[in-house]
Design a binder for this molecule. Structure first.
Ligand code: HEC
Length: 148
């Protein structure tokens, strides 16, 4: 049996997780307006130069001026829904959670190669860009194993 002393770090860890979920940095209560405009979002995506480093599934975009080490793919099939919070965070705080690519292709000095856009776009552009990107993802749940 585990002594309570051995359990202490686990209890502290769980406490920490719960605390993060309810503290001031929690995403609870975060909601983007629901009327983001997909077409305006696409226009912002182009105007802001996002296409220099990104492909978007099913969307024709201008050719990048300079070749990025990797074109990070946005949209397409995903196993679970991509949240608004994930996309907003990716845009205004890109280094917080890095996309699943080899680190040397997507980072410089441990940080995302993506500039943060907090002083480069309006909130409306952010809302519309998220609506545009959301419209390009399709949830395809992983096939469940068949038990016989
Ligand atoms: C100079 C290149 C560059 C530009 C310009 C750029 N990005 Fe990125 N972006 C990246 C890289 C590299 C990553 C992967 C590392 C990371 O997650 O930050 C990324 C990641 C992302 C992700 C997360 C993808 C995932 O699957 O986790 C989103 C969403 C995104 N970018 C949106 C945008 C939008 C919207 C713009 C324009 C407003 C933009 N990016 C402009 C390079 C760029």
């Amino acid at each position: 049996m585990l002594s309570s002393l051995k359990l202490l770090p686990i209890i502290l860890l769980l406490g920490g997780v719960v605390a993060c979920d309810t503290g001031r940095h929690s995403s609870a209560g975060f909601r983007l307006p629901l009327d983001g405009d997909v077409e305006n979002g696409k226009a912002s995506f182009v105007a802001l130069g996002c296409y220099q480093c990104h492909q978007v599934s099913g969307v024709n975009l201008p050719k990048p001026a300079v070749q990025a080490p990797v074109m990070v793919a946005l949209g397409g099939q995903v196993p679970t829904e991509v949240t608004d919070g994930y996309l907003v965070t990716s845009i205004v705080n890109p280094s917080y959670a890095l996309a699943p690519y080899p680190r040397d292709l997507i980072t410089v000095g441990g940080k995302s190669r993506m500039p943060d856009y907090r002083d480069r776009m309006t909130v409306q552009q952010l809302v519309d860009t998220v609506a545009f990107l959301q419209s390009r993802y399709t949830v395809v749940p992983p096939a469940r194993p068949v038990y016989r």
